[in-house]
Every structure is written in structure tokens, then in C-alpha cells.
Ligand binder design. Structure first.
Ligand SMILES: NC(=O)c1ccc[n+]([C@@H]2O[C@H](COP(=O)([O-])OP(=O)(O)OC[C@H]3O[C@@H](n4cnc5c(N)ncnc54)[C@H](OP(=O)(O)O)[C@@H]3O)[C@@H](O)[C@H]2O)c1
Length: 317
């Protein structure tokens, strides 16, 4: 009997060791050790002379454009408003003496916008693409209520959050493949991998970005191309204007500084160490109370957020 117990405990110790080797160590490397001591693992400047950033005039996109320009990389800024593009272009050329090109398009528009982008980027040595542009709900809401209020929303969110990512990849990948190097950063969201009722369409578009990037990474990693999915939690930008920057919700600059250190280290990341916590808590709840209860808890929480957001919207009317 004593022998049985010792065999059983050895098996348990063995299982724990295997878990540590396969899950905990890679997690520590991807989220702490790699970014802190080795990141970014590749030289971004050697990818090519130019980077393309979509949604580049505000928030996370502007912070990427700034961080890349600071490294001496020329940047193509793509966004909707021409005056904002011109202002950011001036800010970056003045500060970092790099070349900046601007392309004003609305990603809600039809496929012709990609012809305009293609015309403007043809012949440039593009080494980095940051697919950042994205739109979200004005506040959490039930699916039918939201699309009844905003009938254009379904078409718009799919054009901006999904079509932009696939079309932009299709535009830059052929040259990256020819050069056998390049980096594509696709900005998803933590909502892609955690229960997100009341922002269902947004979360589903981000899950698309997640899955698409993952498969693209498998298809092209042997050709020297890095495809990274970024899953931010809260970053203080126009999209999240209610918050003031804090430890859990950093400014876009702090967030991007941290996220850039993960390039070449991991292909799926929250980009910022404290943003791993909500995902971790979600995993833990799934293990302890099960996925069904986790989803119900999250739904209750988001209903409270919705109620507050609606009363704020009413006050601002
Ligand atoms: N902030 C967060 O907490 C958070 C969390 C998770 C994921 N994300 C993701 O991160 C990405 C960036 O978010 P953010 O918070 O930085 O956004 P943001 O501050 O609202 O900035 C959005 C940028 O996209 C441009 N843009 C918006 N709609 C556009 C359109 N239809 N066509 C062309 N450009 C357009 C805006 O430029 P114009 O004003 O000139 O149009 C602006 O430069 C999004 O994909 C978002 O889903 C953000």
C-alpha cells in the first residue's frame, strides 16, 4: 500500500513538472523574461525602410507610428481625417527627421480604397505593417438594440475591423515574402479570448483577427515573416476616454513601448504584463467554476457597465 502511494505521488510530481515545463516556463518567457531581457528579439530597422500603420492619428496607432519613427523607420500613416494626418506627419518629421507619407481613406468605404493604398505604397520597401485601425460599440448593448439604433454599424465594423486587416496583409505580404523578412502586428483585443457579451460583434471581429493572424503566422514563419496578434485589455485612448492612465490602463505610449519588446518573442500577446491578469483570471474561473458560470458572471458585470454607460449617455444628451 505504501508503495502504491509513493508511485501515485511520483506520478503527481511528474505531471506538475511537465505542466511547469510546457506551460509555466514558456508563459514566463513570453510575458516577463523575454520582453524584459531580450525584447524585441529582432532588429525592427532591418526589416525594411518603411512601416505602415493604420489608424495612425490617435491612440495605439499613433504611439506605434511614433515609436517606429523614433527608431529611424519611415512611416506611412493611414487614417480618415486629413488634417489629423498632416499634424501627426509634421510632429514625427520634426521630432525624428524621418520620411512620412500620409494616406487619407475611410476603411468603412468599399474595396476601391485598397487601390488607392496600393498606388501609394507600390515601390516602397515595407518591412513592418501595424494593422491597428478598429472601431467599437459606443457602449455595451444587446445585439438587436444596437443595430436597430445604428443600422450601418454591422457593415462598418466588419469593413474596419476585418476587411482592413486581411486586405492590408494581402498588399504587403508579397514583398515581404520576396525579401524573406517582415513583421505584421495585428491589433486584436482581450475580448477575442474572454467572454464579451454586449459587445458581441466587436469581440467576434477581434476573434477573427486572432485566428487569421495565428494561421498566417504558421503559413509564413518559415519564410522569415513574423505575424503577431496583440490582445490589449484597457489602454487609455479616445476609445477608452472615460479612464485616466493607471497601472492597469496605461497610456498608449507606455503600452506600445511594452508591446514592441514582445516582437519576435511571442506571436500572441497582451502586450503589457498587467494585461495578462484578466486573461489569467478568466482561465482560473473556467477551471474552478466552469465556463458556463464564468460567462454568466461576466454578463452580469457587463450589464452593470451598460447601465452606467447608458445613464452617462443620457446625462450628456
Ligand atoms: N484602447 C483600448 O483599450 C483597446 C483595447 C483593446 C483593443 N483595442 C484596439 O486597438 C486599436 C486601436 O484602438 P485605439 O483605442 O487606439 O483607438 P482610437 O484612439 O479611437 O484611434 C483610432 C484611430 O483609427 C482611426 N480611424 C477610426 N476609424 C477609422 C476609419 N473608418 N477609417 C480610417 N481610420 C479610422 C482614427 O483616425 P481618424 O480620427 O482620423 O479617423 C484614429 O487614428 C483598435 O483596433 C481597438 O479595437 C483598443
Amino acid at each position: 500500500m505504501a508503495l502504491d502511494y509513493s508511485i501515485l505521488s511520483s506520478i503527481c510530481v511528474g505531471i506538475v513538472c511537465v505542466q511547469i515545463i510546457h506551460i509555466v516556463l514558456p508563459w514566463l518567457y513570453a510575458n516577463i523574461i523575454g520582453p524584459t531581457f531580450f525584447g524585441p528579439k529582432i532588429n525592427l530597422c532591418q526589416m525594411g525602410a518603411w512601416a505602415v500603420v493604420t489608424g495612425a492619428t490617435d491612440g495605439i496607432g499613433k504611439a506605434y507610428a511614433k515609436a517606429l519613427a523614433k527608431k529611424g523607420i519611415n512611416v506611412i500613416l493611414i487614417s480618415r481625417s486629413l488634417s489629423k494626418l498632416e499634424a501627426v506627419a509634421k510632429e514625427l518629421t520634426d521630432a525624428y527627421k524621418v520620411q512620412i507619407k500620409i494616406i487619407d481613406i475611410d476603411f468603412k468605404d468599399g474595396p476601391q480604397i485598397y487601390q488607392k493604398i496600393e498606388k501609394n505604397i507600390t515601390g516602397l520597401d515595407i518591412g513592418i505593417l501595424v494593422n491597428n485601425v478598429g472601431i467599437c460599440y459606443l457602449c455595451p448593448e444587446f445585439f438587436i438594440e444596437y443595430i436597430t439604433c445604428y443600422p450601418q454599424f454591422l457593415r462598418d465594423i466588419i469593413s474596419v475591423n476585418i476587411h482592413s486587416v486581411t486586405h492590408m496583409c494581402a498588399l504587403v505580404l508579397p514583398n515581404m515574402i520576396a525579401k524573406k523578412k517582415g513583421v505584421i502586428i495585428n491589433v486584436s483585443s482581450i475580448s477575442a479570448v474572454t467572454p464579451s457579451p454586449l459587445v458581441s460583434v466587436y469581440a467576434a471581429t477581434k476573434a477573427f483577427v486572432d485566428k487569421f493572424s495565428d494561421e498566417l503566422q504558421t503559413e509564413y514563419q518559415s519564410q522569415g515573416i513574423i505575424v503577431q496578434t496583440l490582445r490589449p485589455y484597457l489602454v487609455v485612448t479616445n476609445m477608452m476616454h472615460k479612464f485616466k492612465p493607471n497601472l492597469f490602463a496605461p497610456s498608449a505610449e507606455v503600452y506600445v513601448d511594452s508591446a514592441l519588446k514582445t516582437v519576435g518573442i511571442t506571436s500572441q500577446t497582451n502586450g503589457y504584463f498587467l494585461h495578462t491578469l484578466p486573461q489569467f483570471i478568466n482561465h482560473l474561473l473556467n477551471l474552478i467554476v466552469g465556463r458556463h458560470i464564468t460567462k454568466i458572471l461576466r454578463f452580469k458585470l457587463l450589464k452593470i457597465v451598460r447601465k452606467r454607460a447608458l445613464s452617462n449617455l443620457d446625462k450628456n444628451k
